[in-house]
Design a protein around this ligand. Structure first.
Ligand code: G3P
Ligand code: CA
Length: 236
């Protein structure tokens, strides 16, 4: 079972920052998950939320900001004063930091309906970095996954189940040749794991932060867990 550092080592450092990704690497993470948005001037920025509320009383949305405004925001202090001055990373900076041996799970928070052209930009970056084999693009926005597939027949895709029925999910995952079905801990059960495995899909489960939950999912036979604490990886 693969442990994927969720938003980096986000139990130890502000999520989705270079500090969080560095910490995950120091802790020996073999895979890292992150979330991607797009600024008004089309920079791919790594952050979970659509807005900056987590960082203070800042209601501005990333889609309405230019990169120079977004990069000025302190995204570390809310977590701990030690991280004051931490900045939003651009996706390309994560590829600079994380060595090729480490898998990257790049979650598109929205596709082109919210962020015009985001799928092309992500696929272009993956190509420029020669990172097709170590990148898995995931999304709850299944149209975005269809777009990524149409741009690259070899891109690795993770289908985030969300509110979609298993039946529809299986049909769409076949359509786009997805590699994994990504679901929440509540959704993970023996029936779902069997349905996915019978059709050749992996099952990746979020967010699993205790040894008890980790062990339950290992017994279910899931292929990976997203976890805020890379130190819970005991299977290497
Ligand atoms: O990709 C798994 C998980 O990260 C999806 O939920 O809200 O943590 O991005 P969220
Ligand atoms: Ca995510």
């Amino acid at each position: 079972m693969l442990l994927i550092a969720h938003r980096g080592a986000s139990g130890h450092a502000p999520e989705n920052t270079l500090a969080s990704f560095s910490r995950a690497l120091e802790m020996g993470a073999r895979a890292i998950e992150l979330d991607v948005h797009q600024t008004l001037d089309h920079e791919l920025v790594v952050a979970h939320d659509d807005d900056l509320l987590r960082c203070g009383r800042d209601r501005r949305r990333l889609k309405n900001l230019h990169w120079d405004e977004a990069e000025a925001v302190d995204v570390g202090s809310w977590f701990d004063k030690r991280f004051a001055g931490e900045r939003l990373p651009r996706l390309e900076e994560v590829y600079d930091l994380v060595p090729p041996s480490v898998e990257l799970h790049v979650e598109l928070k929205h596709g082109s309906r919210v962020y015009p052209g985001i799928e092309e930009r992500v696929v272009d970056l993956i190509h420029k970095r020669g990172a097709l084999s170590r990148t898995l693009v995931s999304s709850f926005d299944h149209e975005a996954l269809y777009s990524v597939r149409s741009l690259d027949g070899k891109a690795r895709l993770g289908y985030l189940l969300g509110l979609t029925t298993l039946k529809t999910a299986v049909r769409e995952m076949k359509d786009i040749s997805a590699e994994s079905l990504n679901c929440s801990m509540r959704q993970a059960n023996a029936r779902l794991v069997k349905a996915a495995h019978d059709r050749g899909f992996k099952v990746l489960v979020y967010t699993v932060n205790t040894p008890a939950d980790r062990d339950r999912l290992a017994r279910l036979g899931v292929d990976g867990i997203f976890c805020n604490y890379p130190e819970l990886d005991l299977w290497r």
